[in-house]
Design a protein around this ligand. Structure first.
Ligand SMILES: [Cu+2]
Length: 177
C-alpha cells in the first residue's frame, strides 16, 4: 500500500516536470525563431548575422526545415549505391536544426569516403563512432571535411554530438555493403 502511494507521487512529479519543461521549451523556441530570422535577413542568406552570434547555446535550437537534396547530392548518392570496385567517393552533407541531408548514404566496403559537412545554421558537428570520424564543431555557414576508409560492412549511425541534437533527429545512416 505504502509502495503504491509513493509510486503515484513519483508519477505525479514526473508529469509535472514534463509539462513545465515543455512550456519553457516552447517559450525559448518562440524567442529564438525571431533571432534567426533577423540574422538571415541581414545578409540575405543563411549565414548567421550579429543577432544570432550573440545568442549561443539555446539560441540555435529553433528547428529548421531540411533542404531538398540537390541534383549534385543525388548524383553522389547514386555513385555510392551503384555496383563498383573500391574507389574514392565524396558526399556533400548539409546539417542544421535538427537534420542531416542526405540522412542515408550507401558505399561499398573499401571505399575512401569524404564527407563535406556544411552547417546550414546552428552549432553542429558530424560524427561516425565506428570509423573514428569527428569534425570540429562549426558555426552556421561553415564547412568541414573528413575522409575515412569504410573498411567494414554494416549500418553505422552518423550524428551530431552537440547537446541533444542527436535525439532531436540530427542523425543518419551510413550503409557499407
Ligand atoms: Cu547539431
Amino acid at each position: 500500500m505504502k509502495k503504491q502511494v509513493s509510486m503515484n507521487v513519483l508519477i505525479g512529479v514526473g508529469v509535472g516536470a514534463l509539462v513545465v519543461g515543455l512550456l519553457i521549451g516552447g517559450f525559448v523556441r518562440g524567442d529564438r525563431r525571431d533571432d534567426e530570422f533577423a540574422g538571415r535577413n541581414m545578409f540575405g542568406n543563411n549565414r548567421p548575422g550579429p543577432g544570432m552570434m550573440q545568442n549561443t547555446g539555446s539560441g540555435m535550437m529553433a528547428p529548421a526545415t531540411p533542404p531538398a537534396l540537390t541534383d549534385a547530392q543525388k548524383a553522389e548518392l547514386a555513385l555510392g549505391a551503384a555496383v563498383h570496385s573500391p574507389k574514392a567517393l565524396t558526399f556533400d552533407v548539409n546539417g542544421g536544426n535538427f537534420y542531416f541531408v542526405p540522412n542515408e548514404i550507401h558505399v561499398k566496403k573499401g571505399d575512401t569516403v569524404t564527407i563535406n559537412f556544411k552547417n546550414d545554421g546552428g552549432f553542429h558537428d558530424f560524427k561516425i563512432d565506428a570509423f573514428n570520424v569527428a569534425t570540429d564543431r562549426i558555426q552556421g555557414g561553415d564547412m568541414k571535411s573528413v575522409t575515412f576508409t569504410a573498411d567494414k560492412t554494416g549500418s553505422y549511425e552518423f550524428y551530431c554530438s552537440v547537446g541533444s541534437h542527436r535525439t532531436m533527429g540530427m542523425k543518419g545512416t551510413l550503409v557499407v555493403e
